[in-house]
Design a protein around this ligand. Structure first.
Ligand SMILES: Cc1cc2nc3c(=O)[nH]c(=O)nc-3n(C[C@H](O)[C@H](O)[C@H](O)COP(=O)(O)O)c2cc1C
Length: 351
């Protein structure tokens, strides 16, 4: 099957339009990948998954499951309904490999592998997503893993303990609806409140992780983090969350302003999360740093690697750096057939 025939998210349409217009599941043949793969204790058919983002609802999860992805992460949900930011939500940019020190990146008209992501973590109302997750788990094959990404929503007058309870409430609801794993999003550079960069504060990260873990019991907990500019902060972060988390997922994105100069900045000159090809090298580097620190800590935490994956070689580079699973967002939106292609490449390779 030609990848170009497969439908995907249409960035010229609104979030709601894409929520409502989901492609039919594919009947493409899925190549087998040799090896004993597992995701947070669940046996799976490959190291491939889709992270939080492209799967706006259950029907999107079913669609990508039919395209050879074994771990499906339901897009981040909240304890209350939240609208999407105004368009553009996906702004292609031109850049090389980013390291977090770039002042800004230039917008371009066509996708060249990297884009700025500006959705603001919208969420349907809990009664809607809870019902939908239940439906999704029933529809998905047993061999597929359904992970649900959750985030707390800071309210005026709240402190970290109230925020932690809000995260935990979403996590508990997701488990009750049938989620196999919970992912807590500790990083979202599009949201300019203190819940946006939780991963940079190890004490607050521990408070939220403890609250979520006590709500979900034996269900695996994954913590999603952003880019660490200061790698010295990785060991204290890991020590703080080690007793609660089964895995860490990285890298969410690299925050950067979008524009061509002072007078021509988009998004009110606020940084947005840059995702896709331009964050690949920094993300593989960070997986390597985490892997070293996890070994030093003698921890059993696993690493889910993501950021700029497009090919089987990228997957292998993440695995070599210490990841046990890999996830693809941007490229799977541009080329929904990439999972099948990567599986074929992994399958035909000499073992
Ligand atoms: C359209 C889109 C929406 C996203 N929404 C979320 C989200 O709701 N929660 C989250 O944790 N990450 C979100 N992300 C970030 C991705 O999960 C992933 O970390 C990032 O895109 C890097 O992977 P990539 O380079 O393969 O795109 C989103 C990414 C994209 C492209």
């Amino acid at each position: 099957m030609k990848s170009s025939l497969l439908t995907s998210y249409d960035r010229d349409q609104s979030y709601q339009w894409n929520y409502d217009h989901v492609p039919e599941r594919s009947d493409a043949a899925i190549p087998r990948v040799a090896g004993d793969w597992q995701f947070c204790g669940h046996p799976v058919g490959s190291p491939l998954g889709i992270p939080a983002g492209p799967l706006l609802n259950g029907r999107w999860c079913i669609y990508y499951a039919s395209l050879g992805f074994d771990v499906l992460t339901y897009k981040t949900v909240r304890s209350g309904q939240r609208d999407c930011y105004a368009m553009p939500n996906l702004q292609p940019v031109r850049c090389g490999q980013l390291n977090g020190k770039q002042e800004h990146v230039a917008p371009v008209d066509t996708m060249q592998g990297t884009w700025a992501v500006a959705f603001g973590m919208p969420s349907s109302a809990p009664e809607v997503w809870r019902r939908d997750i239940e439906w999704t788990r029933d529809e998905l094959a047993d061999a597929k893993v359904l992970c649900v990404s959750v985030v707390g929503t800071m309210q005026e007058g709240w402190g970290i303990h109230e925020l932690a309870a809000d995260y935990a409430k979403c996590a508990q609801w997701a488990i009750e609806s049938g989620a196999d794993c919970i992912e807590t999003n500790f990083s979202c550079p599009n949201v300019n409140t203190c819940d946006g960069q939780l991963y940079l504060d190890e004490q607050q990260s521990a408070i939220v992780s403890e609250a979520v873990k006590s709500a979900i019991g034996s269900c695996p907990l994954i913590i999603k983090v952003g880019h660490f500019m200061d790698t010295q902060k990785i060991p204290p972060f890991l020590s703080a969350v080690n007793q609660y988390a089964d895995a860490v997922s990285m890298t969410n994105s690299i925050a950067c302003k979008v524009g061509t100069g002072k007078s021509r900045m988009m998004f009110d000159s606020q940084p947005r999360g840059i995702c896709g090809r331009g964050i690949r090298d920094a993300s593989i580097g960070q997986v390597g740093e985490f892997s070293k620190s996890i070994r030093d800590l003698e921890s059993r935490m696993q690493i889910i690697g993501l950021g700029g994956i497009e090919t089987a070689t990228d997957v292998k580079n993440y695995l070599k750096a210490g990841a046990t699973s890999c996830q693809i967002a941007s490229h799977a939106m541009v080329d929904p057939g990439c999972g099948i292609r990567i599986r074929r490449e992994l399958a035909t390779e000499k073992q």
